[in-house]
Design a binder for this molecule. Sequence first.
Ligand SMILES: Cc1ncc(COP(=O)(O)O)c(C=O)c1O
Length: 424
Amino acid sequence: MNNFIFSNHDTVELARKYGTPLYVLSEDIITSNAEIMKNAFEKCNIDYEINYAGKAFLTVAMCKIIENAGLSLDVVSGGELYTAIKAGFPMERVCFHGSNKSIAEIEMAFDYKVGKVVADSEYELGVLDRIAEEKKYTPKVMVRVSPGIEAHTHEYVQTGRIDSKFGVPLKLMGKVLSDVCKFSNLNIIGLHCHIGSQIFDEKPFLIAAETMLKLMKGLEENGFEMKQLNLGGGFGIPYLKDDSVFDIDEYVQKLVEFAKDKCRELGLEFPKLLVEPGRFIVGTAGVTLYEIGTVKEIPHTRKYVSVDGGMADNPRPGLYDALYHAVVANKMTFSDEDEELVTVSGRCCETDTLITDVLLPKCEAGDILAVLNTGAYNYSMSSNYNRLPKPAVVLLKGDKDQVIVERETYEDIVSKDRLPNWYK
Ligand SMILES: Cc1ncc(COP(=O)(O)O)c(C=O)c1O
């Protein structure tokens, strides 16, 4: 077979059947990634919880996959929470996150009795407490800490630095929690931190664990016993052929041994450990299929291969120089002489480069380009820039394929437009 096969499906046939651009997602790969992470924790014989970070990719069908895989769900907005509600996701397994939650969102989270809320600031603890009192409901709350750790990843996705909008600065935690007695309507069960995304080095994760355990001990000495520690997500996945693979098994083992040692040293009871992976669960489970249109060669300069999507369906290259690999799905067998270095351009009215340099077999209009590992932060970050309808999402499971998000139509694009009275 000359075509690119993804999760046992011929991607050229998928492109023909559903049109392009097309997000393709494999349930089998998502489930396998979830299993890898669960097994890593199971082996350590500890109390743990894996919260899938819905921001990476969330639809009603995805909630079902996550529920069946036995994971919990981290949501960061009323929209993500509503998706989980629509899917009938068990609310006790939902953790409500977000750096500036609205009052309406907090009320919604309490009304639906989500399992946990992560408070992002002292101000928010006060708001949560007030709403909890009004609703006569005592939510389980974790407090997000900004641990002051620099992870080796793009600065836009470093979220645990001192200079960060997220979480309570480490140095202020003592003060914030000494005020905790003010928050008598909250059940504060633990601490949270998330140091960044697409991290391959395990060292910053271990430093974060140590920092947080010391903080927990300090707080315990001041009468605030915490039983749960959420170390966030951020586990890197390979985007390019030569990228390394984050060995989750080895990492979890190291983390647990390290944390057990630290707890022993500190005289702290080993807490329940939580993680919040998004990319690790869904990133490798997706590919995006495009049809190639214009191929433009600028002599001695560059060859541009244009596709029928771009920054509207994948803003990551433009946002933080994210790198991707691609293949020509209908030309999987070719000789080295047929290969050429090209730049893959999106169709939007910006530079809109999807991949700066990639070796591809000679491309022609009508070829199908498959950009790999687009499962995370592509559909969820997509926009209607240039009034482009969003692509459909097709889910693969075994030999089955089915649309889980319909392709938008031009009518969808104008459906929320209204003419003011003076033009009617
Ligand atoms: C608080 C929090 N948790 C989890 C995640 C998921 O990160 P990743 O997809 O890199 O695992 C993010 C990503 O931004 C985050 O901000």
